[in-house]
Design a protein around this ligand. Structure first.
Ligand code: FUB
Length: 335
């Protein structure tokens, strides 16, 4: 299908601005050389990027009022430029204890199954049901089913709201989950089947590893050059100064020392840039940061869009400041 420029503009207006989204079959063919930003149509936030086989995936939060955050969509791409939407990969109907506010997936593959960790209900105290759950599927695109029938972490520990989890496999095969809102972060060691948590080396189940006083939420960890990099979001996600900072440590439990911000608003491009994830393509050691941001001049809380840009390191292993773009990134098929 070839669309005229006018028809293409109409499709974009109908999709990027709201919830009228094309099904994969309706997605217009494009010859674009770069992804453009935003890369996903509609209001989405907290993107979790993953690579499964030769396909890139993004699992975002639906950015809308909490009562309407009742499912997750996923997006797949062979090259970072062309994205296909997979609606409702996890529906709230599949999670008996969840009511609303499905947030911030973290998705991993293990032994041929796909595990989608998520937060639900935005609990404000231990008197409420909710927290971090885990769902499982046979394919990246789901459908995902609740693994436990209850939250994996259903209470506050060390002051951390149970949201914004990130699941991380260390080189020795140990699975960790770092998580936490309300300015506190914890690390837990996951059981091999993801049905619960195990004591850490020091015997604690929930170890506080809040990396810096500026920490707010949106934890992420990766290992490079033998060091553990802890990244997080600071500032308020509803305002313009949301941003991403990082620290480095020799062990995943810290202590961490904040090094600095690497992503923040740019008055020429967008505001409120944060809650990110990363893609590392090992073949050529290229790094991408996938994050949400708010369009310039727009202050509506839920008007968040997902963007992608390049991330790089200096010779000392420090992360260089990310330059937000409207062009996005060039096509990068996986080999
Ligand atoms: O989208 C809901 C919440 O907004 C996330 O959990 C936070 O990290 C913030 O991005």
């Amino acid at each position: 299908m070839t669309l005229s420029k006018k028809a293409m503009a109409a499709v974009l207006a109908a999709t990027i601005g709201g919830w009228v989204l094309p099904t994969p079959a309706q997605t217009p063919a494009t010859t674009a050389k770069t992804s453009g930003n935003p890369i996903l149509p509609g209001w989405y936030a907290d993107p979790e990027a993953a690579v499964f086989g030769k396909t890139y995936w993004i699992y975002p939060t639906r950015s809308t009022v909490y009562a309407q955050q009742v499912g997750f969509d996923a997006f797949s791409s062979p090259d970072l430029v062309h994205w296909t939407r997979h609606p409702d990969v996890l529906s709230i109907a599949a999670v008996s204890w969840a009511r609303q506010a499905l947030w911030a997936p973290s998705v991993v593959e293990k032994d041929g199954k796909y595990y989608l960790f998520f937060a639900a209900n935005d609990i404000q105290s231990d008197d409420e049901v909710g927290g971090i759950g885990v769902a499982v599927a046979d394919r990246p695109e789901g459908p995902y089913h609740d693994l436990l029938g209850k939250p994996l972490v259903g209470a506050f520990h060390n002051g951390a709201q149970p949201i914004d989890q990130f699941v991380f496999k260390d080189d020795d095969g140990t699975w960790y989950m770092i998580y936490g809102g309300w300015r506190h972060a914890n690390i837990v060691r996951l059981k091999d089947d993801f049905t619960g948590v195990l004591p850490l080396a020091d015997g604690t189940l929930f170890k506080e590893i809040t990396p810096a006083p500026e920490y707010v939420e949106g934890s992420l960890m990766f290992k490079r050059g033998g060091h553990y990099y802890y990244m997080w979001s600071e500032g308020g996600w509803g305002g313009p100064d949301y941003s991403v900072a990082y620290a480095i440590a020799d062990v995943p439990t810290g202590p961490f020392k904040r090094i600095g911000k690497i992503l923040q608003q740019d008055p020429k491009v967008a505001t409120s840039a944060g809650h990110h994830s990363l893609i590392h393509v090992a073949d050529d050691d290229s790094w991408y940061i996938v994050y949400h941001r708010r369009p310039l001049g727009d202050t509506a809380r839920d008007h968040r869009v997902v963007a992608i840009d390049r991330m790089s390191f200096d010779a000392q292993g420090h992360i260089l400041p990310v330059k937000m773009t409207t062009e996005g990134v060039a096509a990068h098929p996986l080999r």
